[in-house]
Design a protein around this ligand. Sequence first.
Ligand code: BGC
Length: 748
Amino acid sequence: MKIYKINYLLILGVLLFSYNATSAQQEQDIEDRITKIITKMTLEQKIGQLSLRGTSSRTKVLPEELKQDVRDGKVGAFLNVMKVDYVDELQKIAIEESPLGVPLIFSRDIIHGFKTIFPIPIGIAASWDKETAKTSARISAIEGSSYGIRWTFAPMLDIARDSRWGRIAESPGEDPYLASVLAKGYVEGFQTDNLTNPTSMAACAKHFIGYGAAIGGRDYNTAIIHEPLLRNVYLKPFEAALSSGVQTIMTSFNEVNGVPASGNKWLLTDVLRDEMNFDGFVVSDWNSVTEMINHGYAKDEKQAADLAVNAGLDMEMTSKSYEFYVKELIKEGKVKEDQIDFLVRNILRVKFKLGLFEKPYRSKTHTGDLYSEEHLTKAKTAAIKSTVLLKNESVLPLKMSAKIALIGPLANAPREQLGTWTFDGEKEHSVTPLKTFKDKRVSFKFSKGLSYSRDKSTGGFEAAIEAAKVSDVIVFIAGEEAILSGEAHSRANINLPGKQEELIKILAKTGKPIILVIMAGRPITITNIIDDVDAVLMAWHPGTMAGPAIYDILFGKKEPLGRLPVTWPKTAGQLPLFYNHKNTGRPSDAESFVQIDDIPVGAWQSSLGNTTHYLDAGFTPHFPFGYGLGYTTFKLEHLRLSKTEITESEELEVFVSLTNTGESAGEEVVQLYLQDKVGSLTRPVRQLRRFKRVRLNSGETRIVKFIINRKDLEFVNNSLKPVIEKGEFNVYVGQNSVSGLVKGFVLK
Ligand code: BGC
C-alpha cells in the first residue's frame, strides 16, 4: 500500500514538473517569437500595435482609410466592429497585406451577455454565486466569439458604495470579498483554462481604479482614496482577477488623489506590474489619455501621450495621442524606444496567448449557439438567483388560480428589461412578464397605467384601477428604463421616476394586495410606498428571460434566491452608505437617536443624541447588505469556534447550525463576518469573509462549517504594510450584515 502511494506521488511529481517545464518552455517560445517580430518592426508599426480603433455602429461601408491603416500596420486592435463581415475583412487585410501579418484583436463591451442577455452585473452580484458569474461570462464568450470578438471589456470590478452612481448597475456591489469571488468567476468564464480555445475571450478587469468612489456618485468625478483604503477595498477584486489570470486591465476615467489613472506611473507600473506581477496589457478607457488635458494634468495631447506611455499604459483607446506624438517624443528623448517595445511586447503576448497568430480568423463553423435553449435556460436561472425578495406579507407565492391585475411600465418593456450595456441583445428576443403570462395562460388583466418609467401622465390610471378592482391581486412591475442607469446616468433622487409612486398609492386604495416587482439598475428608494405594498421583489434588469423568471417566482415554482450586494438606502440623502463602515467615536444606536419631530420647538442648541445619525433618516438603511428573504424561514443556532485563542499560523474552524424552520425546502446564504476590534488603523465594524449557500428541506438541520486563516485577518496598515495584529476579534455568522450570532476569539 505504502509503495503504491510513494509511486503515485513520484509520478504526480514528475508530471507536475514536466507540466511546469513545458509551460515555462511555451512561455519562453512566445517571448522569443515576440522578440523576432519586434526586431523587424518599424517604429510606426510598433506604435500601430498600441492603437485601439473603433468603427461606428452606423458604418455602412468600411472606410478606405481605415483599411489602409490596417494595411500599413497602424492599428493593433478594434472595438465595436458591429458587422461580422467587417471583422473578417479587416483581419484578412492585417494577416495578408500588413507588413508583418500581426493579427488584430477585436473587442466589445460584452458585459452581461451578447445576444442572450443575463441580469445586469449588480443582479449577478445579488446571486452571491461565483458559478452564476462564471456561467454568464461563459455564455457571453461562446456567443460573442462567434462574431470574431476575442476580447471583452468585462468584468467591471469597481466597488460601488453610492447608488446614485449610474454605473453601480455594472458593478459587483459594495463589498471587496464578494466582488473578489465574482471576479474569479467572470475571468474563468470568459477565459476558460485554455485561452486558445476559439470560444475563449481575454477578459478586462476595469476600471483601474477607484472609479466607483466618484464624489457624490457623479460619473467621471474625482476619487479621493487614502492608500490603505485603496489597498484594503478597491484593489481587492483586481487582485482576485489577476490571480485568475486576467489578461487585460482598463484604466479608469477618474483621477485618484490628484493623478488621473491613465497617467499614473505609480499605479500602472509600481503597483500593477512590479507588485502585482501583471503580464498582460493595460488599455486606456475611451479617450481617457487625452482627457488628462481636461483634468488639468497634461497641457496638450503630446504631454498626455508622454505621461501615459511612461506610466506604462500599453494601448490607447480611440484617442490618437500615441499615433501623433510618440515618434516626436522619442526623438526628443522623452520616451525611450525600449519602453515602446515593452508595451508592444505586452500586447503581442496576449495575442499569442489567444492563439491569434495560429488561428486569426473566426471559425465559420462556430455558430455561438445564439439564443439556444441552453443559453436561455441559464439566463433564466441567473435571473431567479439574482432576484431579491425584500418584503413579503404572506402574499407570495401566489396561488395558480389567483386573478391578477398586471400593471406597470416595465411589465411589457422588452428593451428596458435588458438593462445597460447591451449593444447586441435584441429586444425581439426578450420574454416580458406580459408575454409569459399570456403563454402560461395566467388569469390576468393587463393595464400598464404608465407607458414608460418617467411617464408623468395620469391618462392610464383609470383603466389600471378598473383592472385592479376585478382582480384578486395586483402585480405592479415598476422601475427604471435601462437608460436611467449605466455610464453617465447618475441620479440625485433614486426613487421610482415619473408617476409610479402616485399610481401605486391610488391602487393601494382598492384594498387589493400589491406585489411590487422592481426592474432597475440600482437600489430604488421605496420608503414612500413600502407600506402601500404587500411584497417587494427586486429583479434588477433581469435580461432576456425576465418574464419566465418572474413568473416562476411569483407562482412559487422557484424561490427568489438573491441577497443584496449593496446596502439599500431609505433616501438618497444617506448616500454613500455601506455596511463595512467604521464605528466612529460616537456610534449610533436606537437609544440615543433623536427623531426630527421629537425636538421641542425652540429647543436650545445641544448635540442631540450625541451620535452619528441623521435627524430625519436615522442611522439604519432600509435593507442591509446581505439581506434577502425566501419562501421558507431559517434559524441559525449554536455558533461555535474550534478555539478561543489562535496564533497566526493556526486556522480557526467556525461551526453553526442552520435549520429550515419553514414549510418548504429552501436556500439560505449563511454569511460570516469578522471584526478586528482594535487596530493600528481603525477597522470596519464588520467585514464579509466567507459565505455559503445551503439548501435544506423543511425541518432539516445542517452544521455549516467555515475555516478562517491568517489571510482573513490581514489588512494594509498606515505604513502600507500587510499586517495581522494581535488582539480580540469577533466572528459574526448571520443572514445579513447586521444580524447574527457572535463569538469572540483572541489572536495571540
Ligand atoms: C466605458 C468603458 C467601456 C468603453 C468602451 C467607456 O465609455 O467607460 O467601460 O469599456 O467605453 O466602450
